[in-house]
Design a protein around this ligand. Structure first.
Ligand code: F6R
Length: 613
């Protein structure tokens, strides 16, 4: 939530920051702004709306500066507006700050500052923190900004990544993080700061991921990292393994469509070097080095949010089936606030695309304190969740920029399937035949995804037909029940149509009351153990005149007779089916959203990386 960019060096800062903000817009897009510093003069410009609105408002403005900070916002405290947009300026006008996160005890600090005569021009917690820093400087013999920030951060609770610049400090950005990400790119005589590497990648591949409770003092030629105790910390330089093309649209209308169509190659990349179809083996260092912890787990708990939580539900079915280990799947946001029972010997699987989801991160910290072993299934390399995990496997889906998660989900399913197969083999809970068959089925998935994508036009037609519905119901059973949840989530987030996902059998316990001749009901009805049962559920909907759309296995002759519309996918083992069945639902949501004229890459109220709770 919220994207931040900073630059100090010899280039013009504004174009670097503007381009960076466009890349980070997926993190929030209700307002944006920049602060530029030149010859002791701080110019702050901000605008409600998308980064393009800021860009337009900047025409003709003084942008000459080689140091600056910029922000694209997802509102927490205070409505989206020009005055609540970042950067904020301190009362004396000497400091400018941007912030990603939430200062939880801002109200108390604000009260104290108001008593001292401070006035506020915004409703944000950020302006409170900034004036608090100004006040500390005033009351501590005008101490350095770095010192004042350190004192302030010891007194605030919450999460932050902040960048600060100061009128009297012509080339220095001071940054700090706790709970919200910060990457610093190291150039020649220049430094780049950002929420993720996408604004940095075209300038340098050498980066430092700043850790929680660290402060960075960044000048063109110098990067100093310190902890809050004012001790220096050695920056650990990492080489970025990412190409610029991965974060550009590459001719597609939207990132979401590009990411859906990338799935044959992202799934292939996820399997590559791990799944060996000739040797019929799976080699994953994160698993191989921790086989004992994994196969001797008393219980596996999966923690995640949103789409990643849906991947966790699929994994629950697969791991229990193949490994015979009890699995619980929890919303990280619930887990972190209750008093969960976590024992030594429990394995936690954390699933996250961004690796920065605040609820998941805090839940993991809690589980780790209780002695659990954490296995991360993460997409963003070097992210906080990847780093807190004891072991893990990256999904290797590449940067996911569209707000609605697509390729990360199928990557998560592929990793979780390999994990389950590897554990089952070590435990001896799977026969050699079953293991080999599943492994080969998994290897063949990218080709089957290609087949589905070739028929995307059919889903576009369906989208045009159903786009004006006010509600949708998604139903599935077994391994495809979580896919029903995911189909409903995708549709509501990018088309704003109310949608619910249900296990098909649960439909009779309530949702069936919604069925009338206007309601589209999407059945995931592929050939599996539950096929006959789901056909009965289709009959029940048909009897009540619901409009049936079904996702079926090619060659199925029954479901088409019950459906108003259907989409066929290649035959596949039922354990792996969710990797395929979700794809038509992603496309259906995409085409409905675009048919309704919605900016599907930046749907209202959402942000890609939920770094606040
Ligand atoms: C939905 C979506 C969200 C995320 C959720 C968790 O399309 O993207 O529901 O899945 O916010 O995010 P990560 O996976 O980054 O932890």
């Amino acid at each position: 939530m919220c994207g931040i960019v900073g630059y100090t060096g010899s280039r013009q800062a504004y174009p670097v920051i503007l381009k960076g903000l466009k890349r980070l817009e997926y993190r929030g897009y209700d307002s944006s702004g920049v602060a530029l510093l030149k010859d002791g003069k701080l110019n702050v410009y901000k605008k409600k709306g998308k980064v393009a609105d800021l860009e337009e408002a900047m025409i003709g403005k003084d942008i000459d500066a080689s140091i600056g900070i910029g922000h694209t916002r997802w509102a927490t405290h205070g409505e989206p507006s020009d005055r609540n947009a970042h950067p904020h300026s301190s009362s004396n006008g000497k400091l400018a700050m941007i912030h990603n996160g939430i200062i939880e005890n801002y109200a108390q600090i604000k009260q104290d500052l108001v008593k001292k005569g401070y006035q506020f021009t915004s409703d944000t917690d950020t302006e409170v923190l900034l004036n608090f820093i100004e006040d500390i400087q005033k009351n501590n013999d005008h101490c350095s900004l770095e010192e004042a920030l350190r004192i302030a951060l010891k007194r605030v609770s919450g999460a932050y990544c902040i960048l600060l610049i100061e009128q009297d400090n012509p080339d220095t950005i001071i940054a700090a993080r706790k709970g919200s990400p910060l990457v610093i790119g190291i150039g020649k005589g220049e430094h780049f700061l950002a929420s993720d590497a996408s604004p940095i990648i075209e300038y340098t591949k050498e980066v430092v991921y700043v850790n929680d409770y660290e402060l960075a003092i960044v000048k063109p030629d110098e990067l100093i990292l310190k902890n809050l105790g004012n001790e220096k910390v050695t920056p650990y330089i990492t080489k970025l393994d990412m190409e610029l093309a991965a974060i550009e649209k590459g001719g597609y209308d939207h990132f979401m469509l590009k990411e859906i169509f990338e799935q044959p190659s992202t799934i292939y990349d996820c399997l590559r070097g791990r799944l060996d179809a000739k040797e019929l083996s799976i080699k994953m260092s994160g698993i191989d080095q921790h086989v004992n912890e994994l196969m001797n787990a008393n219980r596996i708990m999966i923690l995640a949010c949103g789409t990643s939580w849906h991947a966790g539900l699929v994994a629950e079915y697969i791991i229990e089936e193949l490994c015979r280990i009890p699995v619980e799947v929890e919303y990280a946001s619930e887990f972190r606030y209750r008093n969960p029972i976590v024992n030594k010997g429990d394995v936690i699987i954390a699933i996250s695309q961004s690796g920065e989801t605040a609820d998941t991160l805090v839940a993991l910290e809690k589980a780790k304190e209780n002695g659990a072993f954490i296995f991360g299934v993460v997409n963003a390399v070097g992210s906080s969740i990847a780093r807190i995990s004891n072991a893990g496997a990256y999904t290797h889906a590449g940067p996911e920029i569209g707000v609605a998660s697509t390729k990360a989900f199928t990557g998560q399913l592929a990793v979780l399937m390999m994990l389950a197969l590897a554990i089952a083999k070590h435990k001896g809970t799977i026969t050699a035949d079953r293991y080999n068959n599943l492994l080969l089925e998994l290897e063949g998935i990218p080709e089957k995804v290609e087949v589905i994508l070739k028929n995307a036009g059919e889903l576009k037609k369906m989208a045009d037909k159903y786009k004006n519905a006010s509600d949708f119901l998604f139903l599935g059973r077994g391994y495809n029940f979580p896919v029903a949840l995911e189909g409903a989530l995708k549709l509501k987030e990018i088309s704003y149509i109310h949608a619910e996902g249900y296990p098909a059998a649960e439909m009779k316990h309530g949702p069936i009351a919604l069925v009338d001749d206007q309601l589209p009901v999407v059945f995931i009805a592929t050939q599996d153990t539950y096929h006959e049962k789901i056909v009965s559920n289709m009959q029940e909907i048909k009897a009540r005149k619901g409009r049936i759309i079904s996702i079926i296995t090619e060659g199925d002759t029954v479901c088409p007779t019950l459906s108003d519309d259907y989409f066929s996918i290649p035959a596949v083992d039922e354990l792996i089916a969710p990797i395929l069945t979700v794809i038509p639902l992603q496309l259906l949501a995409y085409y409905v959203g675009t048919a309704k004229g919605i900016d599907v890459d930046k749907p209202r109220n959402l942000a890609k990386s939920v770094t606040v709770e």
